[in-house]
Design a protein around this ligand. Structure first.
Ligand code: NAD
Length: 480
């Protein structure tokens, strides 16, 4: 059985305790590798390595840091097939998706911040005839990056890249559910010549390894992506220690579809925004609100398209829907489908676990599921399910659609479909979310601010926002 190792101080290391955790392949339900069950001793060694590396790395010219990071990006590109196959096996996502989205995005995350740092400048504030202030943006020191299982290497690199580019040293933890590509990434960092201790990857459980990173007094900032409850727990530990925090949390995103939209484009995109990555993207729209005059037309077309989608072996290049990430997560999603029925929902397609044949017979497969007939205030419409499950409902007026869209505690992303520019701007402005897509979905420019409002998080990632997060501003005032 292959053992995944920690990456600490430039070396691949066993955990101090020699304890390991089983790592499952979701498409077969079998254990295929083991990951270190790291504890606070491993974290302490990683933090020490990062502290030792910080003076050197933070004083390395940005152009040299950039060049090393570009070598890492090149190595990701050169290993696309291996990384995509590994991501698919570890997460259950179709290999075609890992190859077209996850791994290319991991590469561009590194490349983007490797070059962004070359253009990152700070302000000067001039007091007429009396003084000049300038803002000195300094790296923070040792920072912690903790990421989830849904887009493993994609989100892991999205945090690490700006932290490293800005001159910090990092102690990072990928999800224990999908650790494999982070392990392969550590080997690429060694090959690219990243100096020892600049990046340290410690594998293990959230409650022990993750908690130890968050609690360590020398870790001065935490960038976390994951569930809202975990985010609240992390904030409670970090706040009294005055750590900088960026929290990217859960969502319950609305899609608002007006009758005047481009219907064909809307339907094709809505299928994607509902079920890409088995619905396990924080940005997936899970509450679909449709203007009443086209509700029946929408329902017929949407259900017909979705019924044609079938789950399959993620390793097959033709598969469009793979397995959900774990048995526990599959059971959670199925329990929500059961709840939806108890709440009065009608399943229009999907709804039950699917058993495939052969090596996939014990895999965790749920077909795309559409539910209608639910009240906007029921739990199914309020709580994050994070699987291939959407609800559909009609609305009468724009005001009603906006009210329903805003009626959850979350505020991550929203999608609006209309050909009326005024409607688009007005609805976007009135929606409580960090991101609004109009007539599109998941179109990303890495320079834009990314993050949520309400229980979907605090802080923004992306572009210079991320570089600002990973630096501390110091004002220097010179009297003339
Ligand atoms: P999770 O909160 O269970 O775990 C996320 C990470 O935090 C993992 O690495 C985990 O080990 C670690 N962790 C868990 N408990 C911890 C603790 N006490 N201290 C420190 N670290 C701890 O989330 P998940 O189930 O892996 O991911 C799914 C969630 O992530 C969903 O809610 C989804 O919406 C959210 N998500 C949000 C975004 C976004 O950008 N807002 C993106 C992707 C996923």
């Amino acid at each position: 059985m292959e053992e995944i190792l920690n990456y600490i101080g430039g070396k691949l290391l066993e955990p101090q305790s020699n304890q390991y955790i089983d790592n499952y392949e979701p498409a077969t339900g079998s254990v295929y590798s083991q990951i270190p069950n790291s504890d606070e001793k491993d974290v302490a060694i990683a933090v020490e390595a990062a502290k030792n590396a910080f003076p050197g790395w933070s004083n390395t010219p940005a152009s040299t840091r950039s060049a090393i990071m570009i070598r890492i990006a090149d190595l990701i590109a050169a290993n696309l097939d291996t990384l995509a196959a590994a991501e698919s096996k570890d997460n259950g996502k179709p290999v075609s998706l890992a190859k077209s989205v996850d791994i290319p995005r991991a590469e561009s995350n590194i490349r983007f911040f490797a070059t962004a740092i070359l253009h990152f400048a700070s302000e000067a504030h001039i007091m007429e005839n009396s003084a000049i202030n300038y803002t000195n943006r300094k790296p923070i020191g040792v920072v912690g990056c903790i990421s989830p299982w849904n887009l493993p290497l994609y989100l892991f690199t999205w945090k690490i890249a700006p932290a490293l580019a800005a001159g910090n040293c990092v102690v990072a933890k990928p999800s224990e559910i999908t650790p494999y590509t982070a392990f392969l990434f550590s080997k690429l960092c060694i090959e690219a010549g990243l100096p020892a201790g600049v990046l340290n990857i410690v594998h293990g459980l959230g409650a022990s390894t993750g908690n130890a990173i968050v609690s360590h007094k020398s870790v001065k900032a935490i960038s976390f992506t994951g569930g809202t409850t975990t985010g609240a727990h992390i904030a409670a530990i970090a706040a009294p220690m005055f750590k900088k925090l960026s929290l990217e949390l859960g969502g319950k995103n609305p899609n608002i579809i007006f009758a005047d939209c481009d219907f064909d484009k809307m339907i094709a995109t809505t299928v994607r925004s509902s079920f890409s990555n088995q619905g396990q993207i924080c940005l997936c729209g899970s509450r679909i609100l449709v203007e009443k005059s086209i509700y029946e037309k929408f329902k017929t077309a949407f259900v017909e398209k979705v019924k044609k989608m079938s789950v399959g072996d993620p390793a097959d290049p033709e598969t469009k829907m793979g397995a959900v990430v774990s048995e526990a997560h599959m059971n959670k999603v199925l329990s929500y489908i059961e709840l939806a029925q108890k709440e009065g929902g009608k399943i229009l397609t999907g709804g039950q676990r699917v058993f495939l044949e052969g090596k996939n017979k014990n895999g965790y497969f749920i077909p795309p599921t559409i539910i209608e007939g639910l009240d906007e205030n029921c739990r199914t419409n309020k709580e994050e399910i994070f699987g291939p499950v959407v609800t559909i409902a009609p609305f009468d007026t724009e005001a009603e659609a906006v009210r329903i869209a805003n009626s959850t505690e979350y505020g991550l992303a929203a999608t609006v479909w209309t050909s009326n520019l005024n409607t688009a701007h007005r609805v976007a402005a009135n929606i409580e979310s960090g991101i609004v897509w109009i007539n599109t979905w998941l179109l990303r420019d890495l320079r834009t601010p990314f993050g949520g409002v309400k229980n979907s998080g605090v802080g923004r990632e992306g572009g210079f926002e991320a570089l600002k997060f990973f630096t501390e501003s110091q004002n220097v005032c010179i009297e003339l």
